[in-house]
Write a protein that binds this ligand. Structure first.
Ligand SMILES: Cc1cc2nc3c(=O)[nH]c(=O)nc-3n(C[C@H](O)[C@H](O)[C@H](O)COP(=O)(O)O)c2cc1C
Length: 350
């Protein structure tokens, strides 16, 4: 019986090829941050209020002005064809069906236009790996705008790829027929992380955001912020949102859990910038804790992949719906009728 995200993870491990499962599940180095992303949620306790009329509860909210059915969005995940033949298209259709936003990775097997056409009801964001080839990046962004995407999420914690030892040990290689239309050069099948490091422009600085904002009129979200200092710079450089994220523990091992970095970022940016979080969200009550600590919404990465691997589009739909139901139950028992009613007073450190 698949009742929760953990169940989907176990089932995904059963159905996936071990190399692909390791690619999706793994993190960098000793995977300390990977584990801490999850453990951080258990270091906070909920403080429910009672007798507050919880007769009608909604999980709906808005993110960057877009109405969503819940403050749970789909994180950008590369190479989704390794999980299911329908890959990003299945994920986008499921997110549309469940009323939330999907963020497409640069490392998808379809272009932004192809995804938007295949999932016409989807509300899509595009995650950018910014290549050294400026003209290519400008064309890519023009396609993103043209296809009706609603935001660009620039991943800023990836000047090069972190070292994921599970992939090295398993000699994990991409399939030869995996197309990657949103990067200028093909990736080696075996050493794809090193190749990606050669494509991504590692020389970028805050100043380059000016070019990005001139080139692309969409709201800009910066993904991979872990400090108040960088959060302030993001606000100064016109970001509409930031994602407090350590890339699911896949980049620099030893950084704080995303949840632990959240309070200083929220404090630094104030009201002007929407603060999102990803990393380790596995339960509706995790979403509640992130909101109580100031997140507007969260993104989920691996849970979506487990749903995709287990059941394609319906599998992703089920994972998103189980999280929404858990969130609704959590809000009700906490005494909150909507995400907007969750406050800092609803949690305390253990
Ligand atoms: C297999 C895998 C591939 C990922 N690919 C990308 C990517 O292409 N771009 C990106 O910005 N983040 C990528 N991420 C990071 C996720 O967007 C997100 O930060 C992370 O998965 C959140 O943690 P969670 O998996 O615990 O929910 C990837 C993560 C995983 C697990």
């Amino acid at each position: 019986m698949l009742l929760n995200v953990r169940d989907y993870e176990r089932e995904a491990e059963r159905v996936l090829d071990p190399g692909a499962f390791g690619y999706f599940a793994g993190g960098a180095g000793d995977e300390v941050t990977l584990r801490d992303n999850i453990e951080a949620f258990s270091r906070w306790q909920l403080r429910p209020r009672v007798l507050v009329d919880a007769g009608e509860v909604t999980t709906a909210t808005t993110v960057l002005g877009r109405e969503v059915s819940m403050p749970v969005l789909v994180a950008p995940i590369a190479f989704q064809r390794l999980a299911h033949a329908e890959a990003e298209v299945a994920t986008a259709r499921a997110a549309a069906d469940r009323g939330t936003v999907m963020c497409q990775s640069t490392l998808a097997s379809v272009t932004p236009a192809e995804l938007a056409t295949a999932a016409p009801d989807a509300h899509l964001w595009f995650q950018l790996y910014w290549s050294r080839d400026r003209a290519f990046t400008a064309d890519l962004l023009a396609g993103v705008v043209e296809a009706g995407f609603e935001a660009v999420v620039f991943t800023i914690d990836f000047p090069v790829a972190g070292r994921r030892e599970r992939d090295v040990r398993a000699a994990f290689a991409l399939p030869t027929d995996l197309s990657l239309p949103n990067i200028p050069d093909p990736l080696a099948r075996q050493d794809f992380h090193a190749d990606l490091g050669k494509i991504v422009d590692a020389t970028l600085t805050w100043r380059d955001l000016e070019w990005l904002r001139e080139t692309c009129p969409l709201p800009l979200v910066l993904k991979g912020i872990l400090t108040a200092e960088d959060a302030l710079l993001a606000a100064e450089h016109g970001a509409a949102g930031v994602v407090v994220s350590n890339h699911g523990g896949r980049q620099l091992d030893g950084v704080p859990a995303a949840l632990d970095a959240l309070p200083e970022v929220v404090e630094a940016v104030g009201e002007g910038v929407e603060v999102l979080l990803d990393g380790g969200v596995r339960r509706g009550t995790d979403v509640v804790k992130a909101m109580a600590l100031g997140a507007r919404a969260v993104l989920v990465g691996r849970p979506v992949i487990w749903g995709l691997a287990v059941g394609g589009e319906p599998g992703v739909r089920e994972v998103l719906e189980l999280l929404r139901r858990e969130l609704e139950l959590g809000l009700t028992l906490l005494g909150c009728r909507s995400p907007a009613e969750v406050t800092r007073a609803h949690v305390k450190a253990k």
